[in-house]
Design a protein around this ligand. Structure first.
Ligand code: ING
Length: 310
């Protein structure tokens, strides 16, 4: 009996800075309703899906920064998402800015949650690879202050859900092969990734023309090299003067893109994902137990540490 998960990559077009949570959530609810009408079990939203991508600005007033964060999840405005998910029997991945108070200390993370078809939170992930910079760099066409506004998360986790083992990552995480491998070593068969990726990368403008190629390259490689499904979902289009790539897609363990968005607006790309397709890769080419050489890698990384001094 195939373990089918009907998944919708729920791409979002631009979110204006002036857009209220209520207005944004109305767009997310429309995606949930449409995905449910298409018999989907799981909807994947982008990174920071409740607001505009605020790390593009240098903001000195902490209250202004914190207005982009959620102190509760679900909170008063997002509760309707969970209630709708329960009513429609459809789960979701949601990226958002998390403000957490732990032992009386405020922590701010670039986070995502996985919510089941019963509307309950299954797991939470806090972005590990924070790109960009922490101080104002006026030479840039726009800032990328994730290192200023967020703390890095501690780990990559996986959760039993939707009939398989599901992992989460966020945006820049997808560029690092370790991201997929650490989750695959925990058995991940489905890895969900939201992203906000500008076309222009100020430190390396020579890469701009390859931004979509690099987007798909890293996720297709991650899927194939770990025998896992990968779903990548964009916040796309011209957002507050910054053009962001789209290219939301669903990638099979073969590395093939089986569904993709073709616009830069609010759009669903849907696929029937058979988690059992992972087996043919995890049991042969990427049978970690039979073919990986972790001892050798350790020696190499130790030696590399000596050579490059990291
Ligand atoms: N955005 C970008 C990403 O990794 C970036 C940052 C763009 C890094 C281009 C390197 C090149 O897709 C986020 N939010 O991580």
């Amino acid at each position: 009996m195939p373990r089918l998960v009907h998944i919708a990559a729920a791409q979002l077009g631009p979110i204006a800075r002036s857009e209220t949570r209520r207005e944004v959530i109305a767009r997310l609810l429309a995606h949930l309703e449409q995905a449910a009408a298409m018999d989907c079990h799981l909807v994947v939203f982008p990174e920071l899906a409740l607001t505009t991508f605020f790390p593009r600005w240098y903001l000195e007033d902490q209250a202004e920064v914190d207005a982009f964060f959620e102190r509760e999840m679900p909170g008063p405005e997002t509760r309707l998402l969970f209630e709708t998910a329960e009513r429609l029997k459809i789960g979701f991945y949601l990226g958002y800015a998390e403000l957490a108070i732990e032992s009386g200390v405020i922590h701010r993370y670039n986070s995502s949650i996985l919510v089941g078809r019963d509307g309950r939170i299954i797991g939470k992930y806090r972005k590990v690879h924070l790109p960009g910079h922490s101080e104002h760099e006026p030479w840039r066409a726009f800032q990328h202050l994730e290192k200023r506004y967020f703390e890095a998360g501690p780990e990559f986790g996986v959760w039993r859900a939707f009939g398989g083992i599901v992992g989460m990552a966020i945006c820049n995480d997808r560029r690092w092969p370790e991201t997929y491998r650490v989750m695959a070593l925990q058995g991940a068969e489905l890895i969900l990734i939201g992203y906000n990726t500008p076309v222009h990368n100020p430190p390396a403008p020579e890469h701009d023309d390859l931004s979509m190629f690099h987007n798909h390259l890293v996720m297709q490689a991650g899927a194939y090299q770990n025998g896992s499904w990968v779903v990548g979902v964009a916040k796309a289009g011209g957002e507050e003067g910054c053009e962001m790539i789209g290219g939301s897609c669903i990638i099979a363990p073969s590395g093939e893109i089986v569904a993709a968005c073709s616009t830069k607006g609010d759009e669903l790309a849907i696929a029937q994902c058979d988690l059992d397709l992972c087996i043919s890769y995890k049991n042969t080419t990427f049978n970690f137990a039979r073919h990986r050489q972790p001892h050798t890698y350790r020696l190499i990384t130790e030696r590399a540490g000596v050579v490059i001094g990291v």
